[in-house]
Design a protein around this ligand. Structure first.
Ligand code: SF4
Length: 210
């Protein structure tokens, strides 16, 4: 299976999943969407009212704001992958519980492996917690950290910035830096990429003793 087929397979499994209690309140599961070869994955918290209605991520006011922030960074929504740490709506938009996060993580892990993005951008505390368990978002937002084969940047959730204006300037600044950070990530990952096959197959050079 190629990456797009793997993502479709995951979306199909998510639509009938009953691995945690959130399936009871689900109208439509929201597996996430975007190109299978996205360089950037945005990971939010969980579906809200409109997302649950439509089965698509970030379609309400926060989604509109996210699209404005992307445009400011010279990116289109259709160029990036967007999803959440839990795929079904928590009742009343409550925070996801630890057991729900744990149950749903397997899908996100498979999505990350299939897409293999250069940068993961976490939106809000819950997705940040997956990659930087003890970090405070106020201290680390906008900073790019290498974690394994990719980079992770924590940012405030667009919905938080809409509800509390104090977060908005930081979120706008962090998005404005995204083109530069993406260039840095591309360059760093290219330098650390394995050698091409023909070079890797060269005879090892003899070591000189002098
Ligand atoms: S939130 Fe995730 S683990 Fe829970 S039922 Fe939905 S898809 Fe399954």
């Amino acid at each position: 299976m190629d990456s797009a087929e793997i993502l479709a397979q995951i979306a199909s499994e998510v639509s009938t999943c009953q691995a945690c209690a959130l399936y009871h309140s689900r109208k439509n599961a929201v597996p996430g969407e975007g190109p299978a070869n996205s360089e950037i994955m945005f990971i939010g918290e969980g579906p809200g009212f409109y997302e649950n209605e439509q089965g698509r991520p970030f379609v309400g006011a926060a989604g509109k704001f996210l699209e404005e922030l992307l445009a400011q960074a010279g990116l289109k929504r259709s160029e990036v992958w967007i999803g959440n740490v839990v795929k079904c709506r928590p009742p009343g938009n409550r925070d996801p519980l630890p057991e729900e996060l744990a149950a749903c993580d397997k899908y996100l892990e498979r999505q990350i492996a299939a897409i293999n993005p250069k940068i993961i951008i976490t939106l809000g505390r819950y997705s940040m917690g997956k990659f930087m368990p003890n970090a405070k978002i106020s201290a680390v937002h906008g900073q790019m950290r290498r974690i394994g084969d990719r980079f992770v940047i924590a940012m405030y959730h667009p919905a938080a910035a809409l509800h509390q204006a104090k977060y908005k300037p930081d979120l706008i600044t962090d998005f404005a830096r995204l083109p530069k950070l993406l260039e840095q990530a591309r360059s760093a990952l290219a330098k650390s990429a394995p050698a091409p096959a023909e070079e890797a197959q060269e005879e090892p050079k003899q070591l000189s003793l002098f």
